[in-house]
Design a protein around this ligand. Structure first.
Ligand SMILES: Cc1cc2nc3c(=O)[nH]c(=O)nc-3n(C[C@H](O)[C@H](O)[C@H](O)COP(=O)(O)OP(=O)(O)OC[C@H]3O[C@@H](n4cnc5c(N)ncnc54)[C@H](O)[C@@H]3O)c2cc1C
Length: 449
């Protein structure tokens, strides 16, 4: 999303959040029944530093943590005639991640791959009890049915001091994704750029163009020019491969024309510890390798040991100077997910049963990259993919809508409702582009959970 429109919708949501307090402190219902309900509600909410518990007679509240593939699909399909929805996330838009690499070099614009939450679920900016809250969840109290949150101001000064507040839920859905793995390698977080958010793609584009321009400065040594224009990608999974393909297209199409003074200095190196695209069929892997080499990408088999400001060190001692370093070595459970008081799946994700419920507590669910089947289900943990997350969001919305219609929408009342059929995942195949309008498609259905 372009910076200005992102800012616009961000501000709109922030205003929506504060409007809550206005509605609920000054609106008085007039009928006797409504007055009784309001009395009970006020009683329940007294002294509650945030969005207090709902009471029978008002809509139940579904709290969704995250605006990624899983949370967005869930938000879109939730029936807001019966539920209030409160989405808490540090980002007010969903990112269409498969096209993120294309925005780094201008093939696509940022706004083409980001969708504001309010467009996905208009209730969050219109319905009196539904909100998008720009905050991070920091903890959960499953007995009290509340979560702890902290506002996200991204280091912005002169806006709002960081604030802590609570939100009470009837149903709580963790859809808070995973985090880039760095394997504890020194310097990665400080010097490399990840490719997971729109601001990462913006930073990559900015750095690439800056280095291209700086490399024309008179008096720069050959060595310095080569370093500035050396783009290094660590991680040969689909994201690393697709980004390398996009970069080499950019070099062949744009750099050769627009920066022809330095066209012979720019290079792309892809570093992978094992095989590139290891989850793909072996013949497709070979095809990808051939295509990348043809496009001028240098493939290096190696393990990064240390990352310094302008160079990284491989395990064989080789030093690799860089001007741009993109890190994409897979994802794992975030510290937040690790901190949660729930049983975990193998790989440390929030453990769920076949209905995507967290079975140790009531009214809590987890979907997408942050969740995984518990070992006791006998099912494999599903891959961290949009196609898993999106279908889990869709499935859970229909489960929650059914639960609400059966009278189980409020906290501690779902026991009466039949959850319906369990979630079943069928893998539809994988695709990875390798640049020059070429792609691999693996249609084997091996990733069934
Ligand atoms: C560059 C790239 C390309 C990809 N390409 C593909 C592809 O082609 N096909 C495919 O199937 N998959 C692809 N994936 C993987 C796919 O994007 C993920 O599997 C998917 O995004 C997972 O969805 P999710 O909703 O679980 O998490 P995410 O989409 O990561 O969303 C997590 C959300 O949670 C929020 N959050 C984080 N912490 C908190 C907190 N404490 N409190 C509240 N909110 C929080 C985040 O801000 C975010 O809104 C790609 C991933 C990347 C990075």
């Amino acid at each position: 999303m372009a910076g200005s429109s992102l800012l616009r919708s961000l501000t709109r949501h922030a205003r929506g959040a504060s409007a809550y307090h206005h509605h609920h402190q000054t609106w008085a219902p007039f009928s006797t029944a409504a007055a009784a309900a309001a009395g009970a509600r006020d009683e329940a909410r007294r002294g509650f530093p945030g969005l207090g518990p709902t009471v029978k007679g008002e809509k139940a509240r579904v709290v969704v943590l995250g605006t990624g593939w899983a949370g967005s699909r869930l938000l879109k399909d939730l029936d807001t005639s019966g539920y209030d929805v409160v989405c808490v996330a540090p980002r007010n838009h969903m990112v269409f991640t498969p096209l993120l690499a294309s925005t780094c070099v201008g093939t696509l614009e940022f706004r083409s791959i980001a969708e504001p939450v309010a467009r996905i679920q208009p209730a969050v900016s219109k319905s009196p009890g539904s909100y998008f809250l720009l905050a991070r969840c920091t903890g959960v109290n499953p007995d009290a049915h509340t979560i702890d949150c902290e506002t996200v101001t991204d280091g912005e000064k002169d806006t709002l001091e960081p604030r802590k507040f609570k939100v009470a839920y009837d149903k709580l859905v963790f859809a808070c994704g995973a985090e880039a793995l760095t394997f504890g390698i020194r310097g990665v977080t400080e010097h490399a750029i990840f490719l997971r958010e729109v601001h990462h793609a913006q930073e990559i584009r900015r750095r690439l163009l800056l280095n291209l321009m700086l490399s024309e400065v008179p008096g720069l040594s050959e060595e310095e020019k080569r370093r500035l224009l050396h783009c290094v990608v660590v991680g040969g999974g689909p994201t690393g491969v697709e980004f390398s393909g996009e970069l080499s297209d950019f070099i062949m199409r744009d750099v050769k024309q627009r920066y022809s003074h330095v066209k012979d200095y720019i290079r792309v190196t892809l570093i992978e510890a094992n095989e590139i695209l290891s989850s793909f069929d072996v013949r497709l892997r070979q095809y990808a390798t051939d295509q990348l080499i043809k496009s001028g990408v240098r493939l290096v088999r190696g393990i990064v040991k240390d990352v310094q400001p302008n160079k990284l060190i491989l395990d064989n001692g080789e030093e690799v100077p860089y001007g741009l370093l993109v890190w994409s070595t897979g994802v794992g459970a975030s510290p937040f997910v690790k901190s949660l008081p729930f049983p975990k799946s193998p790989c440390g994700r929030i453990g769920v049963d076949e209905w995507l419920r967290v079975p140790s507590v009531r009214d809590v669910y987890a979907i997408g990259d942050c969740s995984g089947f518990l070992e006791s289900t006998g099912k494999d943990v599903l891959p961290a993919l949009a196609q898993v997350a999106e279908r889990q969001g869709k499935y859970l919305a229909s489960l929650l809508n059914r639960t609400m219609k059966a009278g189980g929408g409020h906290a501690n009342s779902e026991a009466e409702a039949d959850p319906g059929p369990p979630f079943v995942y069928k893998h539809l195949g994988s695709m990875a582009t390798v640049g020059r309008y070429k792609a691999l498609v693996d249609l084997r259905q091996s990733k069934v959970g």
